[in-house]
Design a protein around this ligand. Sequence first.
Ligand SMILES: [Zn+2]
Length: 159
Amino acid sequence: MFIPEKLPVDKKYCGGKRGLMSIPYRYYAGLFLSKALIALRDEKKILASRCPRCGKVFMPPRSRCERDFAKITELISVGPGGVVEEFTVVNYDEPYFMEKCEKMMKAPFTMALIKLDGADTKFLHRVKGTDIKHGDRVAPKWADERSAAITDIEWFEKA
Ligand SMILES: [Zn+2]
């Protein structure tokens, strides 16, 4: 590749410009994760995967164990309640997400790593309110209209 030593600079076009780049994409969940998302939508059931070798329960479900690389095919029900393990309070509304995600909660709210009952791993989700402490019990608030996405759980709230 040829890179000229000195690039021509036209002062008229120099400088920064703030902007927003939209990158549309489609995420393919795959057959395994799709089963878990469909269970959220149709049964209000949270599915995790259990490693056949070491027994570790992954939520969100994984098809391969991170410890021993065993292939995982078993999905089990976990939760729906769980415990807040880590969290941060979000104090501002992000205009882009407010526009793109109609289910987005208005700030302030909490983002938390939640360990659901029966799971060995934590997953990230919104928690209603800001009066949250480590170890708080939380339960899901299900969306009235669900679409087989993690946002079928609108948020968690103190139980
Ligand atoms: Zn394992």
